[in-house]
Write a new protein. Sequence first.
Length: 494
Amino acid sequence: MRRRMESLKRYYEVEEIVDRKVGKTFYMVKWKHWPSTYNNWEPVENLYCPRLLQLFHQQVELRGYEIVKPTPKLAASTAKQGLIASNSVSLSEEDRALRTNGFNAPSADYNSGNKVYTATSTDGRLNGSLPLGRNAELRASAVPSNGKEHAENRLNDIPRLDPSAEAVYKKFMHDFGSALLNGEWKFERISDFKFLVEFRNSTRIPRALNSNSIQQLMLKEWERSMNAVCAAKGISSLTVENFVDDEGPPPSFHFILQCIYCDSMSAPIETPFGCRCKGDCMNGEMCCPLLMEVEFPYNSDGTLAICPGRPIYECSSCCDCSEDCVNRVVQKGRQVKITIFRTSDGRGWGVKTLEPIRQGAFVMEYTGEIITNIEAERRGNVYDNVETSYLFDLDFYGDPEYVIDARYFGNESHFLNHSCDPNLQVFAVWIQNYNPLCPRIAFFAKRDIGAYEELTFDYLMNPKRGDTLRSDCVIHCKCKSVNCRGNLYSKEIE
């Protein structure tokens, strides 16, 4: 991996790409066998190290790394000065001491007096666990100012820097003192530490740069863990995006693909049932739906052939038909790639499709914890106090005995938003267990849906069809559809 210098006709070997600034693209280069004090910015045309550049960009994507942007406030960079930003400054005694102890030279914003200190680990590797217990004041303010306790818990999953970087961190803490750490402080770790030191009325206030990196690491890990579960069952991948705020993965939420039963109840009695069809069931006169005296639910392409409000009975392992039977749709899981994203209009998380969906196609199942109606009443009183509910009545055949609660356990459907003009509709589905009191809940496309369109359903659909998301509180509707009802009143529709 070498960098070419046309003017000198000499070659210097690149050890690492440290940073990048945009505009005319420059990269901060660490030279092999040269100390970090000789790091400097090089234009991309001077570099011939494609593997290192590729590695740097992969790390940028993974970490949410902050790219240095040029600004007219800063002077031009001078070669081999080890500056982290695009300017050259003379080093004060304090700056020289910091460099001696592992910090690169600071860059100064001449208008504000801000200084940036960077401490890079010797090998760039991450290992161990995050040391948050040492300082109570630091621990209390180590996460973004919204104070999400889940973020604080997940910090323990993020690895620690190697001992040399840890020593630099201790040096910084010693020099500036924990007494100066206030609510603006955010602890940040990627392959280096960056501390922004603001001077306000002669008071130094240390903060970390790249304040969203911990959030992005946690979202990326959350995405990875969900995809691992999906891949094991042949379900399409998903991505997670948050370009809006500092919200991380939802606290205490467990990703599951199938409903589970709460600890306080026994599973309902199963009534297994199966057909004796051969092949794909398309011509079977005695297939499961027909044995249950209802219409065959699917067309040959797997889209719906029935109207809303009609039940779906799929074939299962109890049947003699093949795995390619056209009457096996919901049980195969989501086959559409989606993104869980943070909405910009105050509706929290949402879900959008990454590909077009045909009208009548299966999209996803509503999964969660199956609880009794009595337990649902108890939980509902609690949820109404916080104006949120994930209780879904299983009331297709009358008053529900069971309810799905997706607050703490669920899949991507947990993040579907409401719309008074939705593009998804709900169907009750029975697979293998034909107990009428315990259907599965499936979302199908109500119309053709375009790629990147948000997926929504009506929280307050007809309860007599088993598709009501229960809530007794009044919530202002933010769907902005032409026929928006204004508020969500679950009691009004009973």
